[in-house]
Design a binder for this molecule. Structure first.
Ligand code: AKG
Length: 258
């Protein structure tokens, strides 16, 4: 896998991240390399994780798509691309743990993901996180790219029950969401954006005949304590710096093979 030379964010970019709640797009790897990995990602998403988790997966998450860095070297490498992690450390400081990574594999007809702020769902104390959304496929408005509302991270919104046609159980109360401010995050394979735990984001039903897969990667600084692990084998690899706090389980063993 060819990856780009990691580059830190400039002070202006860090300021922009804090102003907008997100930043990007950036290139983590050449488009052709990500396209070359698509077959392996498809195979991965069809395979059961090992060991297969019995209990503890939240909401409607599909185990085959969730935390595959625990059993797949490919998923681990995609979740820790140097360009991505380096840019994240510009915002958080050097020490970072990989908490979760989830493939949002929204093929044709896949449901709408309602407007939401991630902090609402998460068993973390404090609920502070930096996420990257990495495009596996080319994502455009046509195949339901991610949409965000710049600046929406400044207010915490109430979340209410989502409707059954949506992919999540809860959504931000529509009364507080001004969709006219939304922007499309169109990305080429191998590009990513960064966003924080309070940014309002969403994606439409995939009304196209195209695949639309992205990997959401969640990193936490060691001062954040995981209150509930996703499965018995869930541990958090230290992906940058050190874990000086030792609040979380970090005894990760690199998976073998693909
Ligand atoms: O991929 C999507 O459409 C939604 C992603 C998302 O909600 C997230 O990364 O937190």
């Amino acid at each position: 896998m060819v990856t780009f030379m990691p580059t830190a964010l400039s002070p202006d970019q860090v300021a922009q991240f804090h102003q907008q709640g997100f930043l990007g797009p950036f290139d983590a790897m050449p488009i052709s390399d990500m396209l070359g990995l698509r077959g392996a990602v498809t195979t991965l998403l069809q395979t059961s994780p090992d060991p297969f988790p019995e209990e503890g997966w939240h909401g409607r998450l599909i185990p085959r798509h969730h935390n595959r860095f625990l059993d797949s070297a490919l998923a681990y490498r995609l979740s820790t691309l140097p360009e991505m992690v380096t840019k994240m450390t510009s915002i958080t400081g050097d020490d970072l743990l990989l908490w979760r990574a989830h493939f949002f594999d929204k093929g044709p007809g896949a449901k709408e993901i309602p407007w939401h702020q991630d902090y609402n769902y998460w068993p973390l104390e404090p609920p502070v996180i930096i996420s990257a959304w990495l495009a596996i496929d080319r994502v455009t408005r046509d195949n339901a790219c991610l949409q965000v509302i710049p600046g929406s991270h400044r207010k915490l919104l109430p979340h209410i029950k989502a409707t059954p046609d949506m992919a999540f159980l809860e959504m931000a109360d529509p009364e507080y969401v001004d969709e006219s401010l939304a922007i499309d995050i169109e990305l080429e394979p191998g590009q990513f954006i960064l966003f924080n735990e309070r940014l309002l984001h969403h994606s439409e039903v995939n009304r196209s005949s195209l695949p639309r897969c992205g990997l959401s990667i969640r990193l936490i600084p060691p001062i954040v304590r995981v209150l509930q692990y996703d499965a018995q084998n869930h541990v958090l690899p230290i992906v940058s710096g050190q874990d000086k706090m030792r609040f979380n389980q970090t005894d990760f063993k690199m998976p073998k093979g693909g």
